[in-house]
Ligand binder design. Structure first.
Ligand code: SF4
Length: 195
């Protein structure tokens, strides 16, 4: 089994998601259906996009965009993922760019950030180049581009989450509940979880 960014996002939301879903194999039906629908809409939206307009918006002073690799399926020893675009810059760095079928509401959701951190890790392993930022394109806000900084710690956090997931799965380990109890209120697993 290799992980996807969704596994990491769920695990960081609450480590018990990993246990219920992958040790006890109790699925989250609603969530999965939602993801399928969302994926379909996003695909339609992306067909209409102008692929080259971005180059002007994301380069750094003295480090313009020099490469663009689209729909990159990348793997490392623990994870896999498809990055909408991997951009390369004149200073040798790279960055993931991800399209969101969403409006920008003055805040980048933690789930979007985590996804970019996962992609940063995948890009560094596969291309051997530093990734210190990523980009989100909000297609419902006139393709607004938002830059998200990515630190070494951010990449380390997703690596450690990936390792923790395998520990739970391989050892049937029942992890501690999330400290954010507000999350339990709407959780799919609230009826079976011993808090
Ligand atoms: S009920 Fe709370 S502690 Fe249990 S899995 Fe859901 S979010 Fe985690």
């Amino acid at each position: 089994m290799t992980l996807t960014p969704s596994h990491i996002i769920e695990h960081l939301f609450c480590p018990r998601f990993t246990y219920f879903e992958y040790v006890l194999a109790i699925p989250q039906y609603e969530e999965k259906n939602y993801k399928v629908m969302r994926g379909r809409n996003l695909h339609d939206e992306r067909l209409e996009r102008n692929k080259d307009y971005l180059r002007k918006r994301v380069g750094r002073p003295g480090a313009p965009v020099t490469e663009k690799h689209t729909d990159q399926y990348l793997t490392n020893e623990l994870m896999r993922g498809v990055v909408d675009e991997v951009l390369g810059f004149g200073d040798g760095t790279m960055a993931p760019l991800d399209y969101k079928f969403a409006e920008y509401k003055d805040k980048v959701y933690e789930t979007y950030r985590t996804q970019l951190y996962c992609y940063a890790w995948l890009i560094e392993v596969n291309f051997g180049r530093l990734v210190d930022r990523g980009f989100l394109v909000y297609t419902r806000s006139n393709n607004r581009v938002v830059e998200v900084p990515i630190t070494e710690e951010d990449k380390l956090d997703v690596k450690q989450a990936a390792e923790a997931i395998f520990t739970i799965i391989d050892r049937n380990f029942y992890p501690k509940a999330t400290k954010a109890k507000a999350r339990c209120v709407t959780c799919t697993y609230r009826n079976i979880c011993i808090k």
